[in-house]
Design a protein around this ligand. Sequence first.
Ligand SMILES: C[S@@+](CC[C@H](N)C(=O)[O-])C[C@H]1O[C@@H](n2cnc3c(N)ncnc32)[C@H](O)[C@@H]1O
Length: 264
Amino acid sequence: MLSIKSIQRKMQKSLELRGVRGTITFLGRLPWLWLDNRLKPSRIKILATDCDFDAKYQVDTGGIIPISELTVRVDSWIHGHAYQGSPGSDLSVHFDAIGIDYPNTVFVDLGSGKGKALMLAASRPFKKIIGVEFSAEFHGIALKNIDQFVSTNVNSSEVQCRCDDALQFEYPQGPLLLYLYNPFDQVVMNTVVERLTRSYRADPRSMIVFYMTALYEDLWDHLDFLECVTRSPEFNVYITPEHRGRLDSTGYDLRLISGATNSR
Ligand SMILES: C[S@@+](CC[C@H](N)C(=O)[O-])C[C@H]1O[C@@H](n2cnc3c(N)ncnc32)[C@H](O)[C@@H]1O
């Protein structure tokens, strides 16, 4: 059930992003958008996969929850996309295919929600796994989920959940895998790109950007220090020359990444 507060926040967000005319048009289309979204086979499939994952690990990662229904206090909430856990349960298969130097690589999920991607990553021996989520509600659920997951999966990597704005995140030194599952719009994404660029220029190193549902791929495509090695409707993968060097020296074949349709 929608509260008055969440309706106010939805209106505030729409007015800021679409303006008055855009909001009126949007409200007129709302019943059709709602119906279309409810009946999408992909949505029904995702909800079923959520249930399977949650039942298997006794955690709670399900649902599609708009930010306007939460109590996020940072200004960037307006640019945040709705919560939805990462699809599927086989992300780590894709990670294996990118030739990650696991013991030296830190995995960072900006907009980590209830922690599903963190749990999927935890099955691989990353040096460390960090999730950044600005909703206190999701952060609390992620902490519980990770506790539960780690208690039943003894070989899990160390996972750290931070309740913070992704805009404040300082990238750690050393090899990095930055994971993004459609967390925010181009305004915040632009700043994330700028900050990652600065971090790379200060310390050129092996970096992988794993961008799921890459709505704002243009912001990443033009960067001179990143090569797009996979482009598909599901995800894009970008690597720095240092990671390319590692792949070339180990004879790694990136065509192993499933889901890839083309790259350049
Ligand atoms: C599509 S969900 C992805 C959840 C998680 N990464 C996963 O794969 O299961 C996007 C998440 O990003 C969070 N988010 C959006 N903007 C953010 C920001 N500026 N800082 C931190 N979290 C943010 C939302 O609250 C939401 O939980």
